[in-house]
Design a protein around this ligand. Structure first.
Ligand SMILES: [Zn+2]
Length: 117
């Protein structure tokens, strides 16, 4: 049979695309979009269920996806990356609209009122 998939399902990808408005969370680009993992998949793929759930995923263009890896400090500060053992539903995310959101596993984002970073 096919090898084990380690990425999110198509359903979850669609959910993330809709939630993030079809544009990159950092720069707002509509092009060359990829699914970015906030907590990196560890060695050997996704052992934890939440790794491939919507709150651990962001829509990001290829440029920003590379930028996150090259600039970990600001990426952690903005919530684009999350450092273990923190969990992605506990860390708020800054979006390209300048607002800060909290994400849930079922693909909902809620603006955090009064948050400033
Ligand atoms: Zn981008």
């Amino acid at each position: 049979m096919a090898r084990r998939r380690t990425g999110p399902t198509d359903t979850v990808r669609d959910l993330v695309f809709q939630r993030d408005g079809g544009c990159c969370v950092r720069c707002g680009s509509l092009h060359r979009l990829t699914i970015h993992h906030r907590v990196n998949r560890g060695m050997g793929g996704a052992r934890e269920v939440w790794i491939n759930q919507a709150h651990n995923l962001l829509l990001a263009c290829e440029v920003c996806n590379g930028w996150f890896e090259d600039n970990p400090k600001p990426s952690y500060e903005a919530g684009w990356k999350v450092r273990r053992p923190q969990l992605p539903d506990k860390v708020e995310v800054r979006y390209a609209d300048g607002r800060v959101y909290r994400l849930t596993p079922d693909g909902v984002r809620t603006a955090v009122v009064g948050a400033a970073r």
